[in-house]
Design a protein around this ligand. Structure first.
Ligand code: PLP
Length: 368
């Protein structure tokens, strides 16, 4: 049996009629940028996340970048970011003119380690960006306590965790503000690029609205050097349709994760651990093994698609050549040992079984 890593086509087939109707509504409206669809989706998503304001933007990277600018964070400032995140978290900081400072994760949860966070603070530190990596919430109470003590802004990177809960609170409402992404592969994905900012601070929401729209509040009046980064009407209409299924899809992911946890027994493979205060949404199901490349090859031979998140940590990328000598052993270990197994809402039960069986049958010597 061939098991794909992700099947968006099947997911969208379920909603073909409603997505088609949304498309026709926007087509017939004659209005395609910043209109009713965006306003309506922003209201629905803010309510869903328990935040007072949502501002739809062009993508997740812009959501983080525009938030940093809205808080006045830039040249001369340091921003604490996980050492093992997707590079967009770092790029947003660099684009804002600030310096990303890498903080190592807890090797069990893969999320930012509060103890390491405290040690990385300097007089230049302005903000912390905890990432809810792979759909599992970061330990936000200690992060917020540290931030409060040092007067730092907390911006959640919730790109991988729409719908996840931390101690019964939804991610996106746990810091000063949050950024998320609607890249098609995320748990709530558009049919193109998209992103959003969430915050309960009306002034920050207004500033992001201005920045996403050429720095303008009133047409042809530009108070700030802005950008063009809006979530368009079509994507907002599609997202309104898909938001209604998000909880059900996340529950399907949870069921697959439960079956993986229960079914995978192989001494060479470590499955993810979940603290009791976390209700993850399993954007990715990442296992670890010292024989990662062999496991990936073995699964490929079993016709099971896997991916590596992420094969090279940000500080080892050429674009951050000045960071290459940083000593970040946990990020490097994770990039060498991690493998993401297939997990997606329309995945069939027999596909899940097939992954479990293959993983359990993996023997290191079986692959050269
Ligand atoms: C996807 C992602 C982003 C960036 O979102 P885009 O919409 O692709 O720009 C940022 N942070 C994390 C953790 C992500 O997974």
């Amino acid at each position: 049996m061939k098991v794909p890593f992700l099947d968006l086509k099947a997911l969208h087939q379920e909603l073909k009629t409603e997505l088609g109707a949304a498309f026709e509504r926007v087509l017939d409206s004659g209005w395609y940028i910043v209109g009713r669809e965006l306003e309506s989706f922003e209201a629905q998503f803010a309510e869903y996340c328990g935040a007072a304001h949502c501002v739809g933007v062009g993508n997740g990277l812009d959501a983080i970048h525009l938030l940093l600018e809205a808080y006045g964070i830039g040249v001369g400032d340091e921003v604490l970011v996980p050492s093992n995140t997707f590079i967009a978290t770092w790029l947003a900081v660099t684009r804002a003119g600030a310096t990303p400072v890498a903080v190592e994760p807890d090797p069990h949860t893969y999320n930012i380690d509060p103890a390491a966070l405290e040690a990385a603070i300097t007089p230049r530190t302005a903000a912390i960006i905890p990432v809810h990596l792979y759909g599992q919430p970061a330990d936000m109470d200690p992060v917020n306590r540290i931030a409060e003590h040092h007067k730092l802004i907390v911006i959640e990177d919730a790109a991988q965790a729409q719908g996840a809960r931390y101690r019964d609170r939804l991610v996106g409402s746990l810091g000063h503000a949050a950024a998320t992404s609607f890249y098609p592969g995320k748990n709530l994905g558009a049919l193109g690029d998209g992103g959003a900012v969430l915050t309960s601070d009306a002034a920050i929401a207004d500033r992001v609205r201005e920045l996403r729209n050429y720095g303008s509040k009133v047409k042809y009046q530009h108070d700030k050097l802005g950008y063009n980064s809006r979530l368009d009407e079509l994507q907002a209409a599609f997202l309104s349709v898909k938001l209604r299924s998000l909880d059900a899809w996340n529950n399907q992911r949870r069921e697959i994760a439960r079956r993986y946890k229960e079914g995978i027994h192989n001494a060479e493979i470590v499955t993810p651990s979940v603290p009791d205060w976390a209700a993850p949404v399993w954007h990715l199901y990442v296992v670890r093994t010292l024989h990662r490349d062999r496991l990936q090859q073995y699964l490929r031979e079993c016709q099971i698609d896997t991916m590596i998140h992420y094969p090279v940590p940000p500080h080892r990328q050429r674009c951050y050549a000045e960071m290459t000598s940083l000593y970040l052993p946990i990020a490097e270990q994770l990039s060498a040992e991690s493998l993401s197994l297939p997990i997606f809402p329309s995945m069939h039960g027999d596909e899940v079984d097939s992954v479990i069986n293959a993983v359990n049958n993996f023997v290191v010597d079986s692959v050269l």
